[in-house]
Design a protein around this ligand. Structure first.
Ligand SMILES: NC(=O)c1ccc[n+]([C@@H]2O[C@H](COP(=O)([O-])OP(=O)(O)OC[C@H]3O[C@@H](n4cnc5c(N)ncnc54)[C@H](OP(=O)(O)O)[C@@H]3O)[C@@H](O)[C@H]2O)c1
Length: 266
């Protein structure tokens, strides 16, 4: 099997690297295409992939085509792909807002998968939600899932609405975590810790809390209650958050991202 990754940006290179470690593929079975001559030159020097500048030279050989360009480049790219693509090939797109119907109509093929990854894919801890068109067979879907899972975990969703919804949770979610980290680091600095100590205190706290959560069946609320005792320090902090409606504000923020994803798709 051969995979062509179109777009050698952050996401494209992350997936190329990760997929090349899949049992289904070998490094030489991952091809990369980009439209920037400088990028191609530097990739040829440093990477172990076959790097291409023209669709004609790589697209016909691919069984699976992974599209990782910015959404506003999709029309132009699809128009160039259309005369070269055949109905047996599967296209996976991670482009925000580009629907299954748009892909099928623009490319003139039926087998497409729409996916929404997130940034921790870069360290193998990503989560990708995806939905295939109904023409993708079960066996093909297993291959797709296997390749997506090389960057972390994946969930198959039942409608494209959930792709937009997962943008609001996991796609944009890493930024919410960084927001919380930034606030805690600023508080630590204000309390007099050095920048380095603030970073260690905060990052280890996140890491430890997530590890505890992952190693148990307890809900976040149960863990909060375990840390907080009546009249204690944690309860004071949690009460302050409740008084300031932080819970509702976080949900509102997630919905703002969800709504924006829907809007961008129109
Ligand atoms: N980054 C994330 O966390 C994230 C999360 C979820 C989904 N996504 C999606 O992932 C996609 C890629 O994001 P990214 O951050 O990796 O973008 P990026 O760094 O801009 O990479 C895209 C690459 O594709 C190249 N390109 C553009 N048009 C092309 C064409 N017609 N043929 C070949 N190459 C072409 C671009 O070249 P130029 O720079 O010369 O244009 C660039 O090198 C986006 O659609 C985004 O919605 C990203």
């Amino acid at each position: 099997m051969k995979v062509l990754v179109i777009g050698a940006g952050n996401m494209g290179l992350t997936y190329a690297e990760a997929m090349s470690k899949s049992k289904q593929l070998k490094k030489r079975n991952v091809m990369i295409l980009d439209n920037s001559p400088e990028k191609i030159l530097s990739l040829k020097k440093i990477s172990h992939f076959d790097v291409f500048e023209n669709l004609e030279d790589c697209l016909p050989q691919a069984d699976l085509i992974f599209v990782a360009v910015k959404p506003y480049h999709s029309d132009d790219l699809f128009a160039k792909m259309r005369p070269l693509i055949n109905k047996g090939q599967i296209v996976i797109s991670i482009m925000a807002g580009v629907t299954i119907q748009t892909m099928q109509e623009s490319l003139g093929i039926e087998k497409v998968v729409r996916a929404m990854p997130n940034l921790p894919a870069q360290v193998g801890k990503g989560v990708t939600s995806f939905i295939p068109s109904k023409q993708v067979s079960r066996i093909e879907l297993l291959t797709v899932e296997d390749l997506l899972d090389t960057t972390g975990k994946s969930i198959q969703v039942s409608s494209e609405n959930y792709i937009d919804a997962s943008t609001g949770i996991s796609g944009s979610g890493p930024a919410y975590v960084f927001y919380f980290m930034q606030s805690m680091m600023e508080a630590a600095l204000k309390m007099g810790f050095s920048a380095n100590d603030s970073k260690v205190l905060v990052s280890q706290t996140f890491d430890g809390a997530v590890e505890l959560f992952n190693q148990s069946d307890l809900s976040p609320t149960s863990w909060m209650n375990k840390v907080a005792s009546k009249g204690g320090t944690t309860r004071a902090a949690l009460d302050s958050m409740e008084d300031n409606n932080v819970n509702e504000l976080i949900k509102e923020a997630a919905y703002a991202a969800f709504d924006r994803a829907v809007e961008l798709g129109k």
